[in-house]
Design a protein around this ligand. Structure first.
Ligand SMILES: Nc1ncnc2c1ncn2[C@@H]1O[C@H](COP(=O)(O)OP(=O)(O)OP(=O)(O)O)[C@@H](O)[C@H]1O
Ligand SMILES: [Mg+2]
Length: 257
């Protein structure tokens, strides 16, 4: 293998998605290289979350396929796709509000190891010291260790998002999908999250990140795809994309790029 050959982890191959008459996605071709952080940006309603939903199996494409490490994901259920090594932080956090922060972070590791997850297993789960130690370590990384015994439902929006990130990290995914991971966070917490995501990158985890905050995008992305009206209108390295007039026109009126 030549050193210039790229290892493509995820291939979105000619994906289309329509909702009734609405073309939410059209002609989407995307190749995500191993170990890279690939940002998907674009205005509200561009189709970014729809694209992630197709990748994780929550939506099936009207046409096309998604291939992960050579395996076709299209047609598989979300939990099967998750078991193959894809984890996701949703735009709206999905957590167990009545459980503690620590229990929330332990749950996915338990589910991964035992193949299923039952809430009444939680008391024995608390005694699983290996999982608990790792969950505590990850909570420390995301800055939530002090809040580990708080009910998850009582966390702020930004803290829920960090907890959800911890719930992903404990699964050691090969591909991590982040839908607006810093939405609702203060500037300080945003910068802490950027630093954490940079640290994850050093460990070689491949990431797709959807983000409106250009500070986050340009701090993290190796490559950027720009979605507008359900199509990819530009793709390239951050500086190429930043200076692309088509992008400036379609995205934020050019004001923030
Ligand atoms: N389940 C659905 N049924 C019908 N239309 C939908 C559905 N999901 C999304 N859409 C529409 O598809 C288009 C793309 O939506 P999507 O949520 O993917 O955009 P987005 O780029 O994630 O936007 P935002 O930046 O606001 O999160 C929008 O016009 C949206 O209204
Ligand atoms: Mg969205």
């Amino acid at each position: 293998m030549s050193t210039t050959e790229k290892n493509i982890v995820l291939h979105v191959d000619d994906v289309h998605k329509t909702f009734g008459g609405l073309h939410a996605l059209a002609d989407i071709d995307l190749q995500i290289e191993e170990g890279k952080t690939h940002a998907i940006i674009g205005p509200n309603g561009a189709g970014k979350s729809t694209l992630l939903n197709v990748v994780v199996g929550r939506l099936s494409p009207t046409r096309g396929a998604v291939v992960f490490n050579g395996e076709v994901l299209t047609g598989k259920a979300p939990h099967q796709i998750n078991q193959l090594g894809i984890a996701r932080v949703f735009q709206t956090p999905e957590i167990f509000p009545d459980l503690s922060v620590l229990q929330n972070v332990m749950a996915p590791a338990f589910a991964k190891r035992d193949g299923s997850f039952k809430l009444n297993f939680l008391s024995s789960l608390e005694r699983q010291t290996d999982i608990r130690d790792e969950a505590e370590h990850i909570l420390h990384d995301v800055g939530l260790y002090e809040r580990r015994n708080t009910h998850a439902g009582a966390l702020s929006r930004g803290d829920k998002r960090r907890m959800e990130l911890a719930m992903c990290l404990i699964q050691h995914p090969r591909l991590l999908l982040l839908d607006e991971p810093t939405a609702g966070m203060s500037r300080h917490d945003t910068n802490t999250t950027i630093a954490l995501l940079q640290k994850i990158k050093e460990r070689g985890m491949t990431k797709i990140i959807i983000e409106h905050d250009m500070h986050v995008v340009f701090s993290l992305a190796d490559r950027i795809s720009v979605l507008a009206g359900g199509r990819i209108i530009a793709e390239g390295e951050p500086e190429e994309v930043r200076s692309n007039p088509k992008v400036q026109e379609a995205y934020l009126g050019g004001a923030h790029l």
